[in-house]
Design a protein around this ligand. Structure first.
Ligand code: MN
Length: 738
């Protein structure tokens, strides 16, 4: 008893210590009133969560305290955000209601916490709770951007403490992080948060690969430092001579971005470990910062030859996220390209802390905060016009996240930014929906171009319209912006509805002529017979003449009801039939176990073999597919369709063989092919299905498909192959090796 009491006292002291730590870093909450509000939120959260513990066994309050601390310290947010961060889990997990929050604090707090509360259940089974919650969070964006910033802080803390979760949860949370939160952080200009999220997700998904890259980075640290010192020496001397105040920083690429290069481009670590950017940060006045940055550029290029295609001037034209910097890539004396970033202290602060730092510098109408506002209002516009389900919604949102921009001018010389790939039609919709609907063409730099013409930065665009023009179905293939797409869809839907009305009238007349009652059962019968998705579609096709109701065949009419003879057609299989026959969520699918009578196939996108870490995914028409957890599609499947993911592992009894593709490269050498095939078929006794080799300019490349039992078997084969002299790389091919 005594011991327990001492532990609790110790815990309470720790909670207070953490609370004081929060106050210490809350730079923007210095007034007495601010401190009182934070204290009040802390006390309420503390009381509400007092009986709860985290998976790690720690008191739950550590979590909201940590989230609030990230908001204050790493994002530089205000008192309102800190209060909401402290309370962010109370409505979801405790007895506190949104009304309580409003009474105790205010309306703003209520709105933000509402946005942070997950929706409790899903009614629409085509979507996942996660997707719906994410959509809800984005919708609140139009009320207050702080919702998203606090949510990112919440996600960051959950990722930092992920090791206490069950393996499946870790994989799911990491997938969502890579799929939605990291791109979101990137778009908001929170580069530090973005790379930390990505690194933590990789660490959870592929711990061994992660550790391998980290340890290789540590081993190569000294080489990098020596190189950087030598490279920057002449620049430092020149800058000192001119009496400039500056700091030079360099950072290697993040573990995740190295992994991405290795994984996606097949480049070995040894070729990229020394890729890094050198950053020169100037301590200079806002009036001189632009000129000073160009002075430094001129010094750098006095010593090193720049690559003309790789000059990026985000000083004259900052990115939509507010990012300002001057980038150039120069050739070092050792023959390596080095990226040099030049910026002022103010620009660096904005780049590192994004939106959070914008508070400090909001002044001119061209301030980054205004740019961010403009972006937020564009996103908001898409949200307000959207009728699609959560998954389509997220896809559209991602569309606006990933796009880099181009800048074009109106005939009056006004500057507008659009995503790369935007067409004249996108521009028309961007100006005004009505101009979009009536757009028949455009003049780009005074030359006539079609609607589908892709715009480029610097173009001056004039839209030509006609009152007779109507939106067309194929316009959907022309536009790239989410908002234009949405407007076209809405207009088409309206038009379709109007046409369908005519079809409905035609059918009504036909029914009365044939003594068929106008009943929904009769219409359903026709919908089924013609296999249209809805009555709207049926009416539309009738009006368009695709369905000829004068020639109705093979039916009977009885008492005003119509019946068609059923054709021998397999029932359309609904998703639910599969869900029922599949193992339930908590069960694990044992692959290769005869007793489990569940059909599955191995996914061709990642070609799993026994021993790989895998999961099952219930598809709509193709039974259960087994994917590797590091399949390129895994993030998307797990984040969008979490409810269709089932646990799976390999049954050990079976001795099945799996096809695996291997890719080699090496120095062309007589006898190399012989050596490879000898090891495979003679030494390892492995069957080969297909083999191809190609030599070009002394470099040799090959592919082979082999049959192995499991990953252990595969790894020992790969180890033997790697030991061959002259063979430089041996990799497993993810997909499409057949
Ligand atoms: Mn939380």
């Amino acid at each position: 008893m005594q011991k327990v009491r001492i532990e609790i006292e110790e815990e309470n002291r720790e909670i207070l210590r953490r609370y004081r730590g929060l106050l210490r870093v809350s730079q923007r909450s210095r007034s007495r009133a601010d401190k009182l509000r934070i204290r009040k939120a802390f006390e309420i959260a503390m009381e509400a969560h007092k009986d709860m513990r985290r998976k790690s066994g720690e008191p739950y309050i550590y979590h909201p305290l940590a989230v609030a601390k990230i908001c204050a310290e790493e994002l530089g947010l205000d008192t309102l955000s800190i209060v909401c961060a402290l309370l962010h889990d109370t409505v979801e997990d405790t007895d506190i209601t949104l009304d309580d929050i409003q009474n105790l604090f205010g309306k703003k707090e209520r709105t933000i916490i509402d946005g942070l509360t997950k929706i409790s259940s899903v009614f629409d089974h085509t979507s996942s709770v996660q997707a719906e919650s994410f959509r809800k969070m984005l919708l609140t964006l139009s009320d207050d951007v702080r919702v998203i910033l606090i949510k990112l802080a919440d996600r960051l803390h959950n990722m930092r403490t992920l090791e206490h979760m069950a393996r499946e949860k870790q994989l799911k949370i990491s997938s969502e992080t890579l799929f939605m939160y990291a791109p979101l952080a990137h778009r908001l200009g929170l580069y530090n948060v973005k790379s930390e999220l990505e690194d933590l997700a990789l660490k959870a998904k592929e711990p061994e690969t992660y550790e391998e890259i980290v340890s290789k980075l540590q081993k190569t640290q000294a080489v990098r430092t020596r190189f950087i010192n030598a490279f920057t020496l002449p620049i430092r001397r020149a800058l000192d001579k001119q009496g400039m105040k500056y700091e030079i920083k360099s950072r290697p690429k993040s573990v995740f971005s190295i992994w991405n290069k290795i994984h996606k481009k097949g480049v070995p670590f040894e070729e990229i470990y020394d890729l890094f950017a050198i950053r020169i940060i100037l301590d200079t006045d806002p009036e001189n910062e632009k000129a000073d940055c160009w002075r430094v550029y001129s010094i750098v290029t006095d010593y090193y030859q720049p690559s003309p295609e790789r000059l990026r001037d985000w000083i004259s034209m900052p990115k939509a996220s507010g990012y300002e910097s001057l980038h150039t890539t120069v050739m070092s004396p050792t023959g390596k390209w080095v990226e040099v970033q030049i910026r002022s202290l103010r620009m660096d602060d904005l780049a590192e802390r994004g939106y959070a730092a914008h508070w400090k510098y909001k002044d001119s109408p061209e301030s980054p905060e205004n740019k961010l506002d403009r972006w937020l209002s564009q996103v908001r516009e898409v949200l307000e016009n959207s009728s699609e389900n959560a998954i389509e919604f997220i896809d559209n949102f991602k569309l606006s996240l990933f796009s880099e921009e181009i800048y074009v001018f109106t005939p009056d010389g006004e500057l507008k930014s659009l995503p790369v790939g935007a067409t004249a039609l996108d521009f028309a919709f961007y100006i005004h929906s009505q101009i979009g609907y009536q757009c028949i063409g455009a003049k780009v730099n005074f030359k006539l171009v079609p609607l589908s013409h892709q715009l480029r930065s610097g173009d001056q665009v004039e839209i030509l319209t006609s009152k007779k023009q109507r939106p067309k179905e194929d316009w959907l293939n022309i536009v790239v912006t989410a908002s234009a797409r949405q407007k076209i869809k809405n207009a088409l839907k309206e038009e379709k509805k109007a046409i369908a009305e005519d079809g409905k009238e035609m059918l009504k007349r036909r029914f009365s002529h044939m003594k068929i009652d106008w009943l929904s059962a009769n219409i359903d019968e026709l919908v089924k017979h013609y296999n249209t998705d809805s009555s709207l579609e049926l009416y539309y096709r009738i009006a368009k003449g695709n369905i000829d109701i004068k020639k109705l065949k093979g039916f009977q009419v009885e008492n005003g009801r119509i019946f068609f003879e059923r054709k021998e057609q397999p029932e359309r299989i609904s998703e639910n039939t599969y869900v029922q026959s599949a193992p339930s969520k908590d069960e694990t699918l044992l692959i290769g176990d005869e007793k489990q009578k569940v059909d599955f196939t191995l996914a061709s996108c990642c070609n799993p073999i026994a021993g790989d870490e895998v999961f099952g995914f219930i598809t709509v028409s193709d039974g259960i597919k087994i994917h590797r957890t590091n399949c390129p599609n895994a993030h998307e499947l797990m984040s969008k369709y979490a409810y269709r993911v089932i646990k799976a592992r390999w049954s050990s009894k079976e001795m099945v063989q799996f096809e695996v593709g291997l890719r080699f490269s090496g120095i062309d050498d007589v006898g190399l092919v012989q050596k490879i095939t000898n090891i495979i078929s003679t030494d390892m006794n492995v069957n080969m299905k297909a083999i191809s080799f190609e030599a070009n300019d002394g470099i040799f490349q090959g592919k082979v498909v082999v049959l192995v039992h499991d990953t252990e078997h595969l790894n020992s084969l790969m180890d033997r192959l790697k030991a061959i002299d002259g063979l430089l790389t041996v990799d497993r091919i993810e997909s499409e090796f057949a």
